[in-house]
Structures are given as structure tokens and as C-alpha cells.
Design a protein around this ligand. Structure first.
Ligand code: 5GP
Ligand code: ZN
Length: 112
């Protein structure tokens, strides 16, 4: 499958790795929207959070475990935001499930 984030997870396209295990890969966003901005993805392709099922939802739990661990390691003590965009109106530009982790400044709410 011709998927950018599958290729990044496989190491076929370079990225700045933040974390990796058998199921999960995390890397810096190429166009950061906050002083800290990384993406956490399942290595296996899932189109978006709209495609989470009882078969693949374990990886979402793993992703949130990884995020909590990284947030502690990176001392994101003032808080952070986890966002997953879904579909066109949700602002999803890469059709491989990913969780943005944003930190290091006060983030506006609600989003624009
Ligand atoms: P989305 O808009 O789908 O929620 O988020 C996709 C994110 O992927 C964007 O924040 C964008 O900057 C990031 N991105 C797109 N292409 C690349 C790439 O080749 N490398 C990295 N590290 N990030 C990318
Ligand atoms: Zn993919």
C-alpha cells in the first residue's frame, strides 16, 4: 500500500524517532504547531479512528500508554493535548491513524 506513515513506520522514509516498539511508532511532526509536537501511530495500517474495532483497539490503548510515558519523560508537566483528526472536515490529511501530541504553549480551545 502506498501510505506515507506505513513507510515512515517501516523506516523507508526518514523521520525523527521519539519512540518505537513492536506495535507503535512515534516521531516528530515535520511542521510543528507547538514547541513539542510529535505523532504516535500504529505500525499496522488503520485509516483513521473511524476504523477502530474490537480487533485493533488494543493498539489505541498501547498508544495512550506510550503517550503517558513520553509525557512524563519529556516533563510535559504543564499539560498537553492529544488530537486525532478524522476525515476531511476533521482536518485529516494523512490517511493512517495518528495521534498528535502538542505541548509547550497554551493551546486554544475550542479549536478553529
Ligand atoms: P493530519 O493533518 O492528517 O491530522 O496530520 C498529518 C500530520 O503529518 C501533519 O501535522 C503534517 O505536518 C505531518 N506530516 C506530513 N508529512 C510528514 C512527513 O513526511 N514527515 C513527518 N515527520 N510529518 C509529516
Ligand atoms: Zn499506513
Amino acid at each position: 500500500m502506498d501510505c506515507l506513515f506505513c513507510k515512515i513506520a517501516a523506516g523507508e522514509i526518514p523521520s525523527t524517532k521519539v519512540y518505537e516498539d513492536d506495535d507503535v511508532y512515534a516521531f516528530l511532526d515535520i511542521n510543528p504547531h507547538a514547541p513539542t509536537h510529535f505523532l504516535v501511530i500504529p505500525k499496522n495500517h488503520i485509516d483513521s479512528a473511524a476504523e477502530i474495532t474490537s480487533e485493533n483497539s488494543y493498539v489505541v490503548a498501547k498508544i495512550y500508554e506510550v503517550i503517558a510515558k513520553l509525557a512524563k519523560e519529556l516533563n510535559l508537566d504543564d499539560g498537553y493535548r492529544v488530537v486525532t483528526n478524522i476525515g476531511e472536515d476533521g482536518g485529516q490529511t494523512v490517511r493512517h491513524l495518528h495521534f498528535h501530541v502538542l505541548a509547550g504553549r497554551l493551546l486554544a480551545w475550542p479549536p478553529g
